[in-house]
Ligand binder design. Structure first.
Ligand code: HEM
Ligand code: SF4
Ligand code: SF4
Length: 689
């Protein structure tokens, strides 16, 4: 089931990415840069956030007006900063989510990558917590919804003393102190997130944490345009005495919120915590088969260091060389090596021109040695026939090029294209084993082993050692290097056909790169279209469709109280002897048991029970306060309400009771509380009777 999901997603990504390659080219393709884009959006959020903070007032009254000032009076800078802050957070949610799904789809989360995967999950929680906290700071009606809904959700956990939602019962209940705490959290959480992000990539060697310039400019320009077209604005100021009808929900962060009402708080906790736990342990379900790690042969290693430079997993270090002629010997770290074979491709000794019975290289993977590689080539050569004989050397993770075999085309698969020492291609051409060699692998910037194709591209261009020496490789003459994703098989096939045409004796020189490969490249109109689509998507779903929690014609009732039940048992006067036995500082004439009774609360609307609950006292010794919070809706209009409280379980009847006629306007919030000092119910929110 999971494997089916993975392969379907893989297919979907490959298809989409192939389409994107047509106008972004491999190096700007946003799908290959999702992690880097996430970093980028984070930095934009940090920068714009700092600017906003300069003008932000951290009080309940000041918060709303200070942001209104930025939006209205300073729209050209403060307003744009505010909008960028908002839209880039949405963009971050998109890139991080896609990044997660893509790493899963491409199978890049198991083995050595488990650490990045595992540390990615808390980042998700940090990201959501920071964004949700950010919405509160605006203190408009959307913030009010987010604050109340979040607090009610948090209250489901038995972790908090008093119900957090009590902080938002009435406008007067919201304290500046609590608000400042929220501001502090909105700064603190991203700081933790930043540390988490660096931990996340700490085991990724040469991690791409900056997107290419073109993509960086394109995305920020797009979001600036969106900020000008649809500036982020506040809803009406928060008013806790009313509920809102059409809440402009940011669906990128709050899609779980309607489920509080549909499924209940516990279910949403269950789903989110369950999903996070499941995802965290996914690398254990998809366990990778351990392959034998690379082995260094001291007889061939000269300590040149090229393998260390190229290993994408930082798995090569150096030790002492047994031969005093050499300064150092490559040493493979077993716990880091994934047997990709890229180091074999780097090693200058991995060459087929050796005059030995068995080829040897300084560093090799036991599953596929250079002797195995040469053996396979020689074995397959017999199948090559006719003119324009082509050998395709490809990576097993790339396009399914094996299906492209023809009489004059054979294909040989390598564990990673980075495995290919260029000298093998020199060898094939110079020994006339083939008329042409095609080197292929996944698109640049999308190597399963991170840099295998990049190093190969550089080696074949002569920009990285070891180089390809064959002069015939120049101008695509006899050696072609073409990168193609799994869904670009057609393009690769067309390229092989044109390549083989160019190798024929009757060939008249012209541009023989296939149409499909020529059409790959940077198409700025196509990119503009993509940016237009993305800003429309973000612009729309950041506020629409709106969500109505309480319908027109309904009113909300919030029942909330904190009350300490009466003592269970009797107080007792201590006898003189008992007092004498105690140390002087502990002598008390009267001692009472600590345990408190549960409290029982009943609420009637028009004579019918609408709520009834017995609440146990808090604390391990049952000596704390009993707390209660419950929200529900009733029809607006006139009602007779009765609140009853019993604070000793042995009492026959409720010992506190209040009945009132109330008139609730549509959307009004009626709060019913109990004052433990005056022992009276507090009923707020109805229209005066
Ligand atoms: C704020 C959130 C995140 C940021 C900024 C972020 C950023 C990055 C970056 C920059 C890389 C290196 C990419 C590369 O060089 O190819 C990376 C790798 C990775 N990330 Fe994330 N990431 C985030 C969240 C996540 C999440 C939620 C997951 C999944 C649970 C995840 C899974 C991975 C994995 C498995 C790798 C390793 C890829 C590899 O070694 O090829 N990341 N991340
Ligand atoms: S096989 Fe791959 S991971 Fe192992 S040392 Fe060589 S390059 Fe590094
Ligand atoms: S590339 Fe080869 S010769 Fe150079 S250090 Fe690595 S194993 Fe030794």
């Amino acid at each position: 089931m999971l494997t089916l999901l993975q392969s379907s997603l893989h297919y979907l990504f490959e298809r989409t990415e192939a389409a994107f390659n047509l106008f972004f080219d491999d190096d700007w393709n946003p799908f290959y840069q999702l992690g880097a884009l996430s970093f980028y959006f984070f930095w934009i959020l940090a920068g714009t956030g700092l600017y906003l903070f300069v003008f932000f007032e951290t009080s309940i009254d000041g918060a709303y007006s200070s942001l209104q000032y930025l939006t209205n009076e300073q729209w050209y800078l403060g307003g744009v900063m505010r909008s960028l802050h908002r839209y880039c957070s949405d963009a971050l949610a998109i890139t991080v989510t896609l990044h997660l799904i893509r790493e899963f789809a491409m199978g890049r989360f198991t083995g050595k990558r488990w650490f990045s995967w595992f540390t990615g999950i808390p980042l998700l929680w940090f990201m959501f917590a920071a964004a949700i906290g950010g919405y509160w700071l605006v203190w408009d009606q959307f913030a009010q919804y987010v604050a109340v809904a979040t607090m009610e959700w948090m209250d489901w956990l038995p972790a908090f003393g008093d119900p957090l939602a009590r902080n938002f019962l009435t406008n007067e209940a919201v304290s500046d102190r609590f608000f400042s705490l929220m501001v502090f959290l909105h700064f603190g959480i991203p700081l933790f997130m930043m540390v988490g992000m660096f931990v996340h990539i700490s085991r990724v060697s040469k991690a791409k944490s900056n997107p290419p310039k073109g993509l960086a400019i394109g995305t920020i320009a797009a979001f600036i345009v969106l900020s000008l077209i649809k500036p982020a604005i506040s809803a009406d100021p928060a008013d806790l005495s009313l509920t809102q009808l059409d809440i402009p929900v940011d669906w990128f962060f709050l899609s779980a919120y309607p489920f509080f009402d549909i499924l209940g708080h516990g279910a949403v906790w269950g789903i989110l915590v369950g999903l996070s736990t499941f995802l965290s342990f996914l690398p254990l379900i998809f366990r990778e088969k351990k392959k034998p790690v690379a082995v260094v042969d001291p007889d061939h290693c000269s300590g040149c260091g090229w393998c260390e430079l190229d290993c994408p997993y930082d798995a090569v270090v150096f030790g002492e060389h047994p031969n005093p002629k050499y300064e150092r010997l490559a040493v493979v770290l077993e716990d880091k090596c994934v047997s990709c074979g890229i180091c074999t491709g780097s090693c200058p000794t991995a060459t087929p021109f050796q005059r030995v019975d068995v080829l040897k290289s300084g560093i090799e993977i036991p599953d596929f040695t250079i002797e195995d590689f040469k053996g396979e080539i020689i074995a397959r050569l017999g199948k090559l026939e006719g003119e324009a004989r082509i050998i395709v050397l490809g990576c097993e993770k790339g396009a399914a090029y094996k299906t492209l075999e023809l009489d004059n085309v054979i294909t040989i698969s390598l564990p990673c294209i980075g495995f290919l020492p260029p000298s093998f291609v020199d060898y094939l051409i110079r020994k006339d084993h083939a008329d042409g060699v095609m080197v292929t692998g996944c698109c640049l910037d999308n190597c399963y082993n991170r840099s295998g194709n990049l190093w190969t591209a550089e080696r074949f261009k002569g920009e990285r050692s070891p180089h390809l020496r064959t002069v015939a490789a120049k101008d695509d003459n006899k050696v072609r290097v073409r990168w193609a994703g799994a869904m670009e098989l057609g393009a690769l096939k067309a390229e092989i056909i044109t390549f083989s045409q160019s190798l024929r004796s009757d060939y008249v020189p012209e541009n023989t790169t296939s149409e499909r490969f020529r059409s790959k490249g940077k198409n700025y109109y196509g990119q503009a279209l993509f940016y237009a689509a993305i800003i429309s998507f973000v612009g729309y779903f950041s506020t629409s469709p709106t969500y109505t929690r309480v319908a027109e014609g309904d009113a909300t009732v919030k029942l909330s109280m904190r009350h300490t039940g009466q003592i269970i048992g009797e107080c007792r006067i201590m006898s003189e002897e008992e007092l004498q036995r105690l140390p002087p500082n502990m002598r008390q004439a009267k001692v009472c048991p600590r345990e408190r009774s549960s409290i029982e609360f009943q609420f009637l609307v028009d004579g019918e029970e609408a709520y009834h609950k017995v609440v146990e006292p808090a604390g391990y010794k049952k000596d704390g306060r009993a707390k209660l919070y419950h929200r529900f809706t009733i029809k607006a209009g006139e009602h007779e309400i009765t609140a009853r409280l019993k604070d000793h379980r042995d009492l026959e009847d409720f010992n506190y009771q209040e009945t009132q006629m109330i008139d609730l306007p549509s959307r009004a919030v009626l709060v019913v509380d109990f004052d433990p000092d005056t022992k009276k119910f507090i009923i707020i929110g109805s229209r005066a009777q």
